[in-house]
Design a binder for this molecule. Structure first.
Ligand code: SAM
Ligand code: SF4
Length: 335
């Protein structure tokens, strides 16, 4: 393996930015209630970066010090020719890039699992909030859970390590989380529960559905033995091992716990906006620099400017008298 070049991506608070989450599309085949509105208006295709432009910005980030890239969306696997991007980025593995991965809703995973492995992907995160087919259909406003379960099967068969992500919400989840734990751990998968973040209008009342992970944890502790785990992903998840299953359970608590001090990541949206922090509205527009010149000079200058503007922390909160959130959807910049 070649030596990683010294990172140029260090923010004003001394945090080294080594992790890029790259949204490759704002489109999705589902409409999860916490993420998208039922009638989403997607961006005109010409506004999205092309596969070549996504590659150009990602490879520039690798040159500057990014060692891990996660493709996300929208749903990354609905993007046409997405495997071309995986193939191009996969060639950087072992040459600056240490990990290439994705977050997916899993509906198309059965089709792509083998190709992902061939392009160097070793792990995938699959979002699944319930095992009940009827509730899955309701929560995603259209999905068929059989496709996701087939995707998980295919991914594991192809040799991918799968982690499940579930958004915790009041109304149903407390009664289903035990099944999710048994399912995930029974198949050797970690499960991470995520606190709902106030991003974008989706047509459901977040104050009504917000379930703090503190409350969830208290409820879990009545039935399971949660042993604090030293495992650290470098991200906002805090882990425990469930003694009864031997499996790992993560908690992502952006609202009720501060993880910003160790943040190592930035996000680039599918139109080329670089967001130094998911929980603040600041961003730097890269698309014009990418489209107007073949030289990377301006692009590099803008990336460094964005890193230099990374704030100390997010500004999310869900209060009794209202939600302090962001008008953009999670799918716009990638979760
Ligand atoms: N479509 C893919 C998927 O669902 O995994 C990737 C994109 S999705 C925006 C990434 C993650 O964000 C998913 O795990 C999803 O559950 C989570 N997510 C979406 N909206 C959220 C919200 N408002 N609060 C917390 N998590 C959210
Ligand atoms: Fe689509 Fe993922 Fe958002 Fe659900 S969470 S609507 S699968 S982008």
């Amino acid at each position: 393996m070649q030596k990683t070049p010294e990172s140029k991506l260090v923010d004003p608070f001394g945090r080294k930015i080594s992790y890029l989450r790259l949204s490759v599309t704002d489109r999705c085949d589902l409409r999860c209630v916490y993420c998208m509105a039922e009638e989403m208006v997607f961006l005109p295709k010409k506004e999205l970066l092309t596969i070549e432009e996504l590659y150009r910005v990602a490879s520039r980030m690798i040159d500057l010090g990014v060692t891990k890239i996660r493709l996300t969306g929208g749903e990354p696997l609905v993007r046409r020719n997405i495997m071309v991007l995986f193939e191009m980025l996969g060639k950087h593995l072992g040459h600056g890039l240490e990990e290439l991965t994705l977050t997916t809703n899993g509906t198309l995973l059965a089709r792509y699992a083998e190709a992902l492995v061939q392009n160097g992907v070793k792990r995938v995160n699959v979002s699944l909030d319930t095992l009940d087919p009827v509730r899955y259909h309701q929560l995603t406003r259209r999905g068929d859970i059989a496709h996701v379960l087939a995707g998980i099967d295919a991914a594991q068969k192809a040799g991918l390590k799968v982690k499940l992500n579930a958004v915790a919400m009041r109304g149903g989840f407390l009664g289903e989380v035990d099944d999710l734990i048994r399912f995930a751990h029974g198949r050797g998968m970690d499960l991470t529960v995520i606190e709902e973040m106030p991003m974008g209008y989706t047509g459901h009342d977040r104050y009504e559905t917000f379930l703090s992970l503190g409350a969830l944890r208290k409820s879990l502790e009545q039935r399971w033995t949660l042993v604090p785990d030293a495992h650290c992903s470098g991200g906002p998840a805090r882990y425990v091992t469930v003694k009864e299953t031997g499996g790992r359970l993560g908690f992502i608590t952006p609202l009720s716990c501060d993880f910003c001090a160790s943040c190592n990541r930035v996000r680039i949206g599918s139109t080329g906006k670089l967001y130094p922090c998911m929980g603040q509205s600041g961003m730097v527009e890269l698309r014009e620099a990418i489209r107007s010149s073949e030289s990377d000079e301006k692009l590099t200058e803008l990336i460094l400017k964005a890193i230099d503007s990374k704030p100390k922390g997010h500004e999310f909160s869900i209060e009794k008298d209202g939600i302090c959130g962001l008008s953009r959807h999670m799918s716009e910049l990638g979760g």
